[in-house]
Design a protein around this ligand. Sequence first.
Ligand code: HEM
Length: 406
Amino acid sequence: MSPQSAASSAEFADAPPFPRRRVCPYEPPAAYTELSERGPINPVTLWNGRQVWVVTSYALGRALLSDPRMSSDRSRDEYPSMAPNLSAEAARKLVLVGMDPPEHDVHRRLLSPYFGLKQARAMRPAVQAIVDELVDDMLAKGPVADLVADFALSIPSRTMFALMGIPDDEAEFFESVTSGIMQGADAEGAQQAGARFVAYLDQLVAAQEQAPGSGLIGELARLVVSGELDHAELVQITMVLLIAGLETTASMIPVGALVLLDHPAQLRGLQAGTVSLPVAVEELLRLAAVTDFAAIRWAKEDIEVDGHRIAAGEGVVVSSPMVNRDSAVHDDPYAFRIDRGSRKHMTFGYGIHQCLGQNLARLQLEVAYETLFRRIPGLRLAVPAERVTVRPVGTMQGVRELPVTW
Ligand code: HEM
């Protein structure tokens, strides 16, 4: 079969819309399954009418995400915009995640030492204290509680603030600006949220440059003082870390809790200690990936894969829920098996941009689930599972609220 590009292919005509709204908060829409049955890579149509390739095969996803001909440069028009809010400049001019080597590697090298396994482990007591306080408040208030507003939202913000040295009382502001960028209905709203975000960080970072504090921003501010980094770069780095670290984890915590509540027998194994917590978290990450696109790229040159030609300039999206359910990798891939014990998923992406904060994310998920189901053993949904409202289609999939009782 001769290679075809999305722009010239007959397949192009019936490229289905992507992404789609989920019906179940942790299952991909049926249309994605149909797509993966057609083959490992297929054209789809984005909200703005642009056609891009969607990859549903784990092996092909890995191959493309380690291919230096694929670019993450978000400042270029070739970079696919997955939702209206993501076409705002605030979402397109992102350092690190939106850069290619060699610029990407400079920032990654700078930040990696703060995000290793050891550094995440050192955060455990702080995360445990945050989660315990939230559970105390839920218990004091009594049922019903909302696992989104009363629990999940505060864990990543307070964890990131502790790591970075930002005062806790700024949580509401940061939640509003990060969700304004990531969940905003349009580019204008996202851009306004981005401008408020940058203005605030500008002052925060400047203050730390005058008198570096003990958190990560303080550490990096010392590099500005010594001339290794400049002020604008540090503002951008701080913004990327907060955008990447808040909304993702806040979306994942309740969706993972819902999977556990929907599988009570397996949850009991976790509560009884017969299932390893890190193994359970890994399976939750595989099954309940909160973004439909682990990685978005565009081709710098023509690339031939699997009988298709990805033409230079065309976009490629690796679908996390589908590559995570590749039957060539997992038996019974749609089933939740709490003791599956496989790390073969792309919820954190793959290759040079693979999630910098994954150790911290895993830590927060572990502490959140262990504490929640230990301290409130009778926790259950307060509404029938089918009445749990899913978020509108956008950057992060998930639930709007998760009412629970005990
Ligand atoms: C469950 C929670 C999380 C999920 C699902 C997630 C997912 C991802 C994914 C898929 C990527 C790759 C993007 C790409 O290839 O274009 C990524 C990158 C990144 N993540 Fe996360 N993430 C999570 C939590 C965090 C946390 C807690 C932080 C904390 C700082 C963080 C910081 C980053 C950064 C800085 C990058 C860019 C890395 C680079 O470009 O080199 N993430 N994340």
